[in-house]
Design a protein around this ligand. Structure first.
Ligand code: PGA
Length: 252
């Protein structure tokens, strides 16, 4: 049985005091809610203050990126050892902004995935096509390449610590959402690839989030789809009310 997983990616927003206030308010609203796993990923500089208040709330602490090395001469990078020390549970890897703005490719992302697993983190591995790729009929080819590359040499056993986030690049921060049917079709295709790379039980068990302009108004219909198991939320995760509305979609 796949458990719904709703994750907030705060991107380059939220000062330390804002992060801790957000988490306290969200935890208060969630109470002992347990229908979904919930995560927030603050920017690195707000992780310590988030970590102080997140303990005992049941909310998972995420990081938005991680170095592919443990230590050394890597100016500007953040090591898995540093994130572990702060109590981070989950790292988001391969986000399209990392791929497109900072040039991360599948081999590089794969090194990070392996290192994250080595240090006991869960991973959210993001995949998704650009508008140009969608319009030229390359959705499946792109998603397959990103999955195959990102999961290279990852064992089926480790797959239990990986969530896939399908985020069509053209739907991120644009207000355009893939229709629930379109998203569900790609999610079904992702299961097909996981079946091919691993097994049918791995395909059945893997949690696949949808990301791209998810908001309280569209979360219920997205989550109702058979292959959509949660959401990776950017803009709408920055306000407690809208993030809680997405988490609480069944009652929205
Ligand atoms: P968005 O971002 O919800 O603002 O579209 C999603 C993401 O980039 O993870």
């Amino acid at each position: 049985m796949r458990k719904t997983f709703i994750a907030g990616n705060w991107k380059m927003n939220m000062l330390p005091a804002e992060a801790s206030a957000f988490i306290e308010e969200l935890a208060g609203k969630l109470g002992n809610y347990s229908d979904a796993r919930v995560m927030v990923a603050p920017p690195f500089t707000s992780i310590p203050s988030a970590a102080d208040v997140i303990k005992g709330t049941g909310i998972l602490l995420g990081a938005q990126n991680m170095s592919d090395e443990e230590a050394g001469a890597h100016t500007g990078e953040v090591s898995p050892l540093m994130l572990k020390d702060l109590g981070v549970d989950v790292v988001i890897l391969g986000h399209s902004e990392r791929r497109m703005i900072y040039g991360e490719n599948d081999a590089f992302i794969n090194r990070k995935v392996k290192l994250a697993l080595k240090h006991g983190f869960e991973v959210i591995l993001c995949v998704g096509e650009t508008l140009e790729e969608r319009e030229s009929g390359k959705v499946e080819a792109v998603v397959e390449e990103q999955l195959t590359g990102g999961l290279n040499e990852i064992s089926e056993e480790s797959l239990a610590s990986i969530t896939i986030a399908y985020e069509p690049v053209w739907a991120i921060g644009t207000g355009k959402t893939a229709t629930p049917e379109d998203a569900d079709n790609v999610h079904a295709f992702i299961r097909k690839i996981i079946d091919k790379l691993y097994s049918s039980s791995a395909a059945e068990e893997i949690v696949i989030q949808y990301g791209g302009s998810v908001k309280p108004e569209n979360s219920a219909e997205l989550m109702a789809k058979e292959n959509i198991d949660g959401a990776l939320v950017g803009g709408a995760s920055l306000k407690v009310d809208s993030f809680f509305g997405i988490i609480n979609y069944a009652k929205a």
